[in-house]
Design a protein around this ligand. Structure first.
Ligand code: ADP
Ligand code: ZN
Length: 464
């Protein structure tokens, strides 16, 4: 009989398991549930694909990411595995053919979007099948406190329990906060799961924050100082993507762009240009990167601050996948906070949630934003800040608790300098006091800078 290592070699071409993978594989093979928290790129898919090929029955992989399903099914098929996916990208004819094949037991691995689980025809198709394993990818979607809650994920447990034999359940996520982990175990009804959390630290990544007067100039400088390197520039809006891409092209820098507003064909072309190194710089919104596995990205620059650290770490983490030194640099301006606030305030309410839950969710979003913002202004070690955020105590990483110095971030590498600022601090406090403690930070800054902007003049504060 083939062993898990044979499978790993034959179908995936790897000679050994990475940290954490083997424990998860072993648990799932012996029918024990598992909760696996690993950062993006750590290799979660192998953890359920290897058992899938060894277990007697079928494995269902539940995933909300259509493009990822397609990529994974394509590479499995190429490796000779019978696999398919069921999601809204299929035509009705394709869908019913795949369902038919599924019910005939022709597939070993089937990727399915969560909303399909409760449909009548899907339930009928799987009724008489032997399902050994359900792998729940992006399992944080089950948590209302996760950054992308999917109500359909709440139906997974009920679905699993409605089958003749409840399959083993493996839950996979890159979101490690305690509340989310607890929610996953609870809502998926995991039974005494093996819990594996592997290191979130990526020692080869340098983390830096800059607060430039002109982001455009700062970006040009960063790129010009890294000739021939391949990198991603993330922007928060489509319009900024267009502007930044045009700026780079104007300067003769070979960049391309990606955002959800571009026609499918152009997106694919631009993505290929980047992936195959024809255009070394990709300017994109956060729509870019999912399922893209380019190992030689040597820097990720954020032209805008993302709305939370989950998003930031995921996007920045696309640098240095090959393990060689790479840089993650965020260009910060206080305007980024305002933009994100606006986006949170104006996000579409989730129709499946009651008002109170909506409100709580919004508060969580603000809380995450606050912590993201603090990352940009802290003088402490940025790596320690990130690891702490994701629930890894710092002392486990760097020895002494107070020794928060990784030597590889803009704080630890001398990027921030302690200065004597007593006078400035007194001026700020006195301004706050003299304006009756009723103004926000932006107004205070405007006043102190002697701005003659409309609101300052209107309130007659320029003479304060
Ligand atoms: P995740 O789902 O955790 O983001 P993936 O499953 O997409 O990560 O794997 C990330 C990368 O790691 C892929 O390029 C994969 O080929 C590689 N990988 C996974 N497991 C191993 C292994 N045991 N040895 C070498 N490379 C691996
Ligand atoms: Zn540091």
């Amino acid at each position: 009989m083939e062993t898990k290592l044979d499978i790993l070699r034959r179908y995936f071409g790897y000679t050994s398991f990475r940290r954490g993978q083997e424990e998860i594989v072993d648990a799932l093979l012996t029918g024990r549930d598992a909760l696996c928290v690993m950062p993006t790129g750590a290799g979660k898919s192998v953890c359920y694909q290897v058992p899938a090929l060894l277990l007697p029955g079928i494995t269902l992989v539940i995933s909300p990411l259509i493009s990822l399903m397609k990529d994974q099914v394509e590479s499995l098929t190429q490796a000779g595995v019978h696999a398919a996916y069921l999601n809204s990208s299929l035509t009705p004819a394709q869908y019913s053919r795949a369902l038919h094949n599924l019910s005939e037991g022709l597939y070993k691995l089937v990727y399915v979007a969560p909303e399909r689980l409760s449909t009548e025809n899907f339930r009928t198709a799987v009724e008489n099948l032997n399902i050994s394993l359900i792998a729940v990818d992006e399992a944080h979607c089950v948590s209302q406190w996760g950054q992308d809650f999917r109500p359909d994920y709440l139906k997974i447990a009920e679905f699993a329990e409605s089958l003749k034999n409840r399959p083993t359940i493996g839950a996979f996520t890159a979101t490690a906060t305690k509340a989310v982990r607890k929610d996953i175990a609870e809502h998926l009804h995991l039974i005494d799961p093996v819990r594996i959390t592997t290191g979130f630290d990526r020692p080869n990544l340098y983390f830096g924050v800059q607060m430039p007067h002109s982001k455009a100039l700062a970006l040009l400088k960063l790129i010009e100082e890294r000739p021939g390197k391949c990198g991603i520039v993330y922007c928060s809006t489509r319009r900024t993507v267009e502007e930044v891409d045009a700026l780079l092209n104007d300067k003769g820098i070979p960049s391309t762009r990606y955002h959800a507003g571009l026609p499918e064909e152009e997106r694919r072309r631009n993505q290929d240009d980047f992936v195959y190194d024809r255009k070394p710089i990709m300017v994109a919104t956060n729509a870019f990167g999912m399922g893209i596995d380019k190992s030689n990205v040597s820097f990720v620059i954020h032209y805008n601050m993302p709305k939370n650290l989950e998003n930031y770490y995921q996007e920045a983490g696309r640098a240095g996948r090959d393990g060689s030194p790479a840089e993650c640099i965020l260009l910060y301006s206080p305007q980024d906070v305002r933009t994100n606030r606006y986006l949170i305030e104006n996000s579409d309410p989730n129709p499946d949630l009651d008002f109170e839950t909506q409100e709580k969710l919004i508060q969580r979003e603000y809380d995450r934003l606050r912590k993201m913002n603090y990352y940009c202004i802290t003088a402490g070690c940025l790596r320690a800040y990130i690891l702490n955020y994701f629930g890894e105590p710092i002392e486990e990483r760097f020895g002494e608790p107070e020794e928060e110095n990784c030597g590889n971030c803009s704080s630890c590498a001398g990027g921030s300098v302690l200065v004597e600022a007593t006078v400035e601090a007194q001026q700020v406090l006195s301004c706050v006091a003299r304006t009756g403690q009723r103004l926000g930070i932006n107004m205070i800054c405007d006043i102190l800078r002697g701005s003659e902007n409309e609101r300052v003049l209107q309130m007659n504060l320029q003479t304060q």
